[in-house]
Write a protein that binds this ligand. Sequence first.
Ligand code: FES
Ligand SMILES: [Fe+2]
Length: 383
Amino acid sequence: MAALADSPDTASGIARELQANCERPFEDAHAMPPRVYTSDAFLALEQREIFSKEWLCVGRASSLANAGDYLTAQIDAQPVVVLRDEHGALRAMSNVCLHRMSVLLEGRGNVRRIVCPYHAWNYALDGTLAGAPMMDRQPGFCKESYRLPQVRCEVWQGWIYVTLNADLPPVATQLEELTRLIEPYGMTDYVETFHEAHVWNTNWKILAENFMESYHLPMLHRATVGPHSRLEEMECPPGRPAFNYHWITKEASLPIGNAHPDNTRLQGHWRRTTALLAIYPTHLVTLTPGYFWYLLLQPRGVGQVEIQFGGGLSPEFITDPKAADYMATLKTLLDEVNAEDRHGVESVFRGVHAPLAKPGNLSHLERPNYDFARYVAQRTATS
Ligand code: FES
Ligand SMILES: [Fe+2]
């Protein structure tokens, strides 16, 4: 390992250091080297080899219920809009105007046409150019030749995924094994009841890693969920190529954490089992028999991550008269827990810059982190 300390501070040098780190067996696994979290060059490599090539989750299909409902996202440098068109289909397109290339839509909302905020060129919901003020005076201009470039978009279990990669197998194929593992929950029918966007000051991987291990619950969350968390009730099986997961098998402290009496899909221990899913690279879901909540991550430089935070209820709880109250209690708790996580992951981001910082051994409850590190190492391998 000593020679690797001299790896140059280039993306490929850092990728080699990460690969060497990941060659250790799990019994001697270590946290990722600090430079993977702090290097601009390594983030550029991740953008090119991970974000531009993978399926990325951008939200719940149910949040785009009506024609013209849209959400926006960014894949590396490419702004993307996903919308429900007039025929009820979901469609993803470049969110960049075909005139002088302004970004078109921001955030989320509903439009009848996509109108560019710069000179008002405007597009129908299928991306064709519908109008362009005064352009009929230019004989060289042909309105019919313009259409916003379309982006691959698929729905898996109610989640919208987009990719710039034409060669990637369908998202359902990549997640076939996960579909089987969580089949009894029926996640497709879970209904989103809240959605928020936040920006935290940390590297996107530090936040992803925080989500995928529950080792930190007793300490970091000692003021909230920590006292109810028992590390011996957590099960961390080895990860798979496209995702990792772990289970917490215990009676939930909130009624909506256990299966609703009307829920006949979940049997036995499944009625009180929570699944924690980390779908690579940036889709993180806590799935319980009664509710779910999720984070979708989008890096904004090495030290900032934009977070889509949402959640909702299983179909049986949506119709339960008390569910809204339970959900309100849960949301308050999630906000408190997230504030603790924010403190934790921002603190790690400060720590990884320290000249004396050094990655330590991972616990057996950080198996998902080991698998995630190997995923990042494999995707960023340049030699
Ligand atoms: S850049 Fe969009 S109308 Fe000019
Ligand atoms: Fe946490």
